[in-house]
Design a protein around this ligand. Structure first.
Ligand SMILES: Nc1ncnc2c1ncn2[C@@H]1O[C@H](COP(=O)(O)OP(=O)(O)OP(=O)(O)O)[C@@H](O)[C@H]1O
Ligand SMILES: [Mg+2]
Length: 287
């Protein structure tokens, strides 16, 4: 047998091995590489809108599995920072990396989402005319073939994932209720559940407890705390009572840059933070 025939036989043997695992048999996994560094790395990032620097030489690093709170006054650039990470806004300069492999500045919004970055906007965007589990099912499909997805039979793994997420977001008992009749807090948890269906590695959550009742806020604190570890979670929030509940490391943004970083007690006792954010602001003074 000549060399090329031998190679072909070897390839065939390799392909027909009974224990061979093909890529399509593996669960969907984000290929983000965090072995030697953080899950999110932003360096010297700036963006201007009509000459106004909304983000100004921002450096930010999030570790894998971390829960980070971002606080700061209105207009500090918190939402713009999330826009940059998710590809909605392109910075004028700087670097943004997801793990060590993915340069996010070379990717568009859908590609960034597919890599495993999920974003929760302030207003819940669930499908009100569908029930809770159907909303999760659609989110799992991850594309726009809505009716095809609903008409197709869900496989066992898909059903198990829905059950798991329902349990995580505390909506198991509501699975057959229409999303439209849920409370504001329940809609927010459902939307977080929809993001979880895609198994994100990094979740960006902008002002999750605005408009929530106290018990809803408490449950949201428990949920986000539980999610960290399995994924990295970045939470922007003004409600300092809530931040105190969940805070580990806190970053204070001001005029598009990091003003202070550390434990909540550390940043809250920083005179510069008190001056620009915590001082006279009624909403924020609960800290
Ligand atoms: N697309 C845009 N075009 C023009 N200006 C923008 C745009 N996006 C943000 N800005 C401006 O950039 C600054 C930062 O806004 P951003 O929404 O990021 O602040 P924020 O920290 O999220 O504030 P808040 O706490 O009020 O949500 C603001 O002055 C805002 O008006
Ligand atoms: Mg904002």
């Amino acid at each position: 047998m000549n060399q090329s025939a031998r190679t072909r036989v070897q390839q065939l043997r390799e392909l027909s091995r009974p224990d061979r695992v093909f890529d399509f048999m593996l669960p969907a996994q984000s290929p983000v590489d965090v072995r030697h560094g953080p899950i999110l790395y932003m360096e010297d990032v700036s963006v201007s809108f009509d000459g106004f620097r909304a983000i100004n030489r921002l450096d930010l690093t999030i570790d894998d599995g971390e829960l980070r709170c971002i606080i700061g006054p209105n207009g500090a650039g918190k939402t713009t920072m999330m826009d940059i990470i998710t590809g909605k806004t392109r910075p004028d300069s700087g670097q943004v990396w997801f793990g060590s492999r993915h340069n996010l500045l070379t990717l568009d919004e859908p590609r960034i989402a597919n890599l495993g970055i999920g974003r929760k906007f302030q207003k819940p965007t669930v499908f009100e005319a569908l029930d809770v589990s159907e909303n999760l099912e659609l989110a799992m499909a991850g594309d726009r073939r809505v009716w095809k997805t609903l008409l197709a039979r869900l496989d066992g793994a898909g059903q198990a994932r829905i059950d798991e997420v329902l349990e995580t977001i505390g909506l198991t008992a509501e699975r057959h209720r229409l999303a439209g009749v849920l409370s504001h807090g329940q809609k927010q948890w459902l939307e977080i559940g929809m993001l979880l269906m895609q198994r994100p590695r990094l979740l960006l959550v902008d002002e999750p407890v605005a408009g929530m009742t106290e018990p809803e806020m408490q449950r949201t604190a428990e949920l986000l705390t539980r999610l960290a570890g399995q994924q990295s979670v970045v939470v922007v929030e003004h409600d300092m009572g809530f931040v105190r509940e969940i805070a580990r490391k806190v970053t204070v943004l001001h005029q598009g840059s990091v003003l202070a970083e550390g434990s909540l007690d550390q940043v809250a006792s920083d005179p510069r933070v008190v001056e620009v954010y915590l001082g006279g602001d009624e909403e924020a003074s609960g800290c």
